[in-house]
Ligand binder design. Structure first.
Ligand code: M6R
Length: 616
């Protein structure tokens, strides 16, 4: 959460910072600000709301922007204090000589604030971050060395941080520090850059230094000095960034989310390419570094993830237990990290994350690595912190996902889990290559991209259903078995972008409580795949109908019983129960999208959310 950019060189800092921040909007977008080094002073400009508001502010101070070649910028996702101009970063010390931007959470900010107030510091905002400005300035007053001041300050801070600071009296440098929040230093010719993420600087340089936890750095236009917290000089290697400059375009779609939903057929082709050749061949996963022996020794699997990635993990549990026959638990990372979890070197841990930067999941992964578990990371960002922690990496190659609501990355995660499951299964028992169900699953996977296209090419019925139900305030999505996670994910999509109260529920559990809420004001969406649980879900739908709920079905076949029971049925191409989550979800994504669109919501940047959640 929150994005940081810094620049020092010979170009106009404001332009580099604004462009950089525009590529970091996915990290938060409730306010933004920059500090520009000017002659003998630092000028600060801030604006609440989207980045365009800051752009307008800066366009009215062109004389300052034209002269400044050093500055820091920030885009905020509020943790402490409302998204106001006052709470926007950069923050300053009393006299305004020192400015700082911060990403993360200072957990002991109240204690630090109380001490600093005793020393005369006056706080203007409600943020935890302002503490850092006063604290670094306080340390600077003792040593007059900004690198040392930052080092002393971070030693007193508990929590997570990426900091970027400047001091009026030292216009030739920016000081940075990092712990549990991403920060890279882009290396240029006579200029250097700082950013929370690669897209912010890739247009200017392809070389970067990844700052590690508990490191601080002094960045000048011609030099970069990195030290540990004891002042020891370190040599971090300069790496080539694995990115091309991204031309972000909606390609004629009204929103990135719609474009990304439509890209899913190609994403599916990409994920399978090179890994699944045909229905009778073995699965190839080059970067999974588990030997046959190690796989045979796996006693349990734990899948750790958050949000949409967690829902992909829940599907993973079904298939891993069905095919690999290994007991599999799936848990939200935030719940996993603060209890006595049992993991050892016979536990395979699968971390799933679109961004690879989700703080809860990173903490969980670090914990299990200490216990000796092999960690496989499934991510869309092979350059991320999580990927760097992985023992085995499964990059999903979904391409950059701009819309905050995850869609194509979910598809890529799901399909990667199918591949990983079959990979593990074939290692445990090579004979399964002849298993009819596995052959048929592989064949279906190869046919899946075309089936996704069938759904995305004909959205008229989905649009009509979206329009019909867009005025409802509550929804319940039900399913059983392997599609239960689909109901959770469908409901999450609807909540995230339309703010409608939508709940995913196991259909069988409806009668144990939630049925009390059902009446004509709460539509029930049921996933009705031909298969083991079909009749059971139909009975649960009858129970809902008896309470006058409106019923929407999503089904892969026509059953004459549907006509009497359902108000609307959305048909998908025929598909096995086992692979159906990958097709049902496309319908639910489109339904959520069109409902939000009818309601005129900000689909790509829904309120209160951020694409990369780097705080616990
Ligand atoms: O980057 P991650 O996959 O680790 O992110 C996890 C969640 O924050 C994310 O899936 C979130 O739920 C999305 N907004 C879902 O659309």
């Amino acid at each position: 959460m929150c994005g940081i950019v810094g620049y020092i060189g010979n170009s106009k800092a404001s332009e580099v910072l604004l462009k950089g921040l525009s590529y970091l909007e996915y990290r938060g977008y409730d306010s933004s600000g920059v500090a520009l080094m000017a002659k003998n002073k630092i000028e600060i400009f801030k604006a609440p709301g989207k980045l365009n508001n800051l752009r307008d502010v800066l366009s009215s101070v062109q004389d300052i922007c034209n002269k400044s070649t050093c500055g820091i910028g920030h885009i905020r996702w509020a943790t402490h204090g409302l998204p106001t101009e006052l709470n926007a970063h950069p923050h300053t010390c009393n006299c305004g000589s020192l400015v700082v931007v911060h990403n993360g959470i200072i957990e002991n900010y109240k204690e630090l604030k109380a001490e600093l107030e005793k020393c005369g510091c006056e706080f203007k905002s409600q943020t935890d971050s302002e503490v850092a400005a006063h604290l670094i300035a306080h340390e600077f007053s003792k040593c007059k060395d900004l690198l040392k001041a930052m080092t002393s300050a971070v030693k007193k801070i508990n929590g997570a941080y990426a900091f970027c600071a400047m001091h009026r009296t030292l216009p030739d440098r920016i000081i940075v520090a990092r712990k549990n929040a991403p920060l890279i230093i882009g290396v240029g010719e006579g200029e250097n850059f700082i950013a929370s993420d690669i897209p912010a600087i890739i247009e200017y340089t392809k070389k970067a230094i990844y700052l590690n936890d508990n490191q601080v750095a002094e960045v000048k236009k011609d030099s970069i000095k990195i030290t540990d917290l004891n002042g020891k000089i370190l040599e971090n290697k300069v790496e080539m960034l694995p990115f091309e400059p991204v031309a972000l375009s909606k390609m004629g779609y009204k929103h990135y989310m719609l474009k990304e939903i439509h890209e899913q057929s190609d994403v599916a082709r990409n994920v399978l390419s090179g890994k699944l050749k045909d229905s009778k061949s073995q699965i190839t996963l080059q970067d999974v570094k588990l030997s046959e022996n190690e796989i045979k020794n796996i006693k349990r699997i734990q899948i750790i993830a958050c949000g949409t990635s967690l829902h992909a993990g829940l599907v993973g549990k079904y298939i891993l237990e069905k095919f690999a026959k290994i007991p599999t638990d799936v848990e939200a990372s935030s719940e996993y990290i603060y209890r006595d979890t049992i993991a050892d070197n016979n536990t395979l841990v699968i971390g799933i994350s679109q961004s690879g930067e989700t703080a809860d999941t990173i903490t969980a992964i670090k914990q299990v690595k200490e216990k000796g578990s092999h960690v496989v990371i499934i991510t869309n960002r092979p350059d991320s912190t999580m990927a760097r922690l992985a023992d085995s990496l499964l990059p999903v190659n979904a391409g950059i996902e701009v819309s905050v609501a995850a869609t194509k990355s979910y598809m890529a995660q799901l399909l990667s889990l199918y591949l990983l499951t079959m990979f593990i299964t074939q290692k445990i028992n090579p004979e399964t290559i002849k298993d009819k169900e596995i052959i048929s699953l592989k064949q279906e996977l190869l046919e899946l991209p075309n089936k996704i296209e069938t759904v995305t090419n004909d959205t008229e019925k989905i649009k009509a259903v979206a329009k019909k139900y867009s005025s409802f305030k509550d929804f319940i999505f039900i399913a059983r078995g392997i599609n239960y996670p689909t109901s959770l994910e469908g409901a999450l999509k609807l909540k995230e972008i339309s703010y409608i109260n939508a709940t995913g529920y196991s259909a069988g559990e409806l009668k144990h409580g939630p049925i009390a809420m059902l009446d004509e004001t709460m539509p029930v969406l049921a996933i009705l795949n031909k298969g083991l649980v079909y009749d059971k879900v139909m009975s649960n739908c009858e129970e809902a109908k008896a309470r006058q709920a409106k019923l929407i079905g999503v089904s892969n076949f026509i059953d004459k019983k549907h006509k009497d029971l359902f108000d609307d049925v959305l048909l998908i191409p025929d598909i096995s129960d086992t692979l159906s989550p990958a097709l049902n979800i496309v319908v639910l994504q489109l339904l959520a999208y069109y409902i939000a669109e009818y309601l005129g919501k900000d689909v790509d940047q829904p309120r209160n959310l951020a694409k990369s959640v780097t705080v616990e």
